[in-house]
Write a protein that binds this ligand. Structure first.
Ligand code: F6R
Length: 364
């Protein structure tokens, strides 16, 4: 049932090109540069968006915040569901509450959804599991179509959620007139290329390289992950994946925050994963790499193919296929998954069933 793979997690990592094809299929229209999501809510009627989720889905929500604010110019807030449900959120009939969930059953997210509805929000679910509780309670659903995910640590559901958030941002931006046709087409093309880019990310020599890096540092006690902008959530997701399946303590920060505290942790024993792929802020991220090096930290840089500048300063380099910044969180997430996976297997962990974790958290 694992299709020749050692674990469900690895199988699901390799299923991503197909999963993403299923997420995107029939929804991108090249002729018009528009996306068709079959959502009946009126995109022009929202003044504010609240994204609500837990864990990995919350990080997909953070990517969504960057994309929606940039492309659709609507204020977005992102909350972990366990906070949202108790903090008397500000909601009006112009609020769109988006819940993101693989299982559609996570109790905190479900209760937060109920709270948002009670306060008068309109609601949209970005959900994987067909017919799950959340799908029955939201006004509309955008299924991510990732297929069943069995490994406890989320992989293909995450990249599918992020792709769905990109499509939502494109839909909102086009419908609200904040995203011009040309950029719309360009991003649509970027989305369309995602399955191929992820396929490329899984080429044997790339996977072998990540395995080598993972094995080199698998005895580290702590890890730090840094990323900027739309890839700061990628850093959070990388740290979460590593914690969940390897039990190595990992923290993630927006790279610009490093100076404000975490820099104190850096010494020769600390591997620091820096997401340094193509970005309008790459120069700043390279400065962060130099700051880590100046304090004897070990830098594992995740860089775009062909880059030499960021790679030059790093101890180890993970090359990923070059992608437009707005779609890069999907591509970069695959490297995070593989790094966590091979670290955990080097430590002989049970990656499909990590201790203390359940696939779906249905009790508070
Ligand atoms: C991380 C992970 C959890 C879930 C979280 C939400 O790998 O699996 O953090 O993402 O429990 O679950 P869903 O998406 O089912 O609501």
């Amino acid at each position: 049932e694992k299709g020749g793979f050692d674990t469900y997690m690895l199988k699901e990592i390799y299923e991503q090109p197909q999963a993403l094809t299923n997420t995107l299929i029939g929804r991108l229209h090249d002729e018009t540069g528009e996306v068709n999501l079959d959502i009946n809510l009126d995109p022009a009627s929202f003044k504010r968006i609240s994204i609500i989720a837990c864990g990995t889905a919350f990080y997909a929500g953070l990517v969504g915040e960057y994309l929606i604010e940039q492309l659709a110019r609507i204020p977005v807030e992102v909350d972990v569901a366990s906070e949202y449900r108790y903090r008397s959120p500000l909601v009006s009939e112009n609020t769109l509450a988006i819940v993101i969930s693989q299982s559609g059953e996570t109790i905190d997210t479900l209760e937060a959804l109920r709270e948002a509805k009670k306060q008068g929000a309109r609601t949209l679910g970005v959900i994987n599991a067909k017919g799950s509780s959340m799908t029955r309670e939201v006004d509309d659903v955008l299924y991510i179509h990732a297929g069943p995910e069995i490994g406890v640590a989320s992989t293909k559901a995450y990249t599918a959620m992020v792709s769905a958030m990109l499509m939502l941002a494109l839909w909102l931006g086009r419908a609200r007139g904040t995203l011009n046709e040309e950029l719309g087409r360009e991003l649509l093309q970027g989305a369309r290329e995602l399955p191929r880019l992820v396929e490329e990310s899984l080429q044997p020599e790339r996977v072998e390289n990540i395995k080598r890096v993972a094995q080199k540092y698998h005895q580290a006690r702590d890890y730090l992950f840094l990323g900027r902008g739309v890839n700061s959530p990628t850093a959070f997701e990388g740290a979460l994946k590593l914690k969940e399946i390897s039990y190595i303590h990992a923290e993630a920060y927006a790279a610009g925050e490093m100076k404000h505290g975490p820099i104190a942790l850096i010494d020769q024993n600390l591997p620091v994963v820096v997401i340094a792929t193509e970005s309008f802020l790459l120069e700043k991220t390279i400065s962060n790499i130099q700051e880590v090096k100046a304090r004897s930290g070990k830098v594992i840089a995740v860089v775009s193919d062909g880059d030499t500048e960021a790679a030059r300063h790093a101890d180890d380099v993970i090359y990923v296929p070059r992608a437009a910044e707005m779609v890069s969180p999907v591509v970069n997430a695959v490297a995070m998954q593989l790094l966590a996976y091979f670290t955990a297997t080097a430590l002989d962990r049970d990656v499909d069933k990590p201790r203390n974790l359940a696939k779906s958290v249905t009790v508070e």
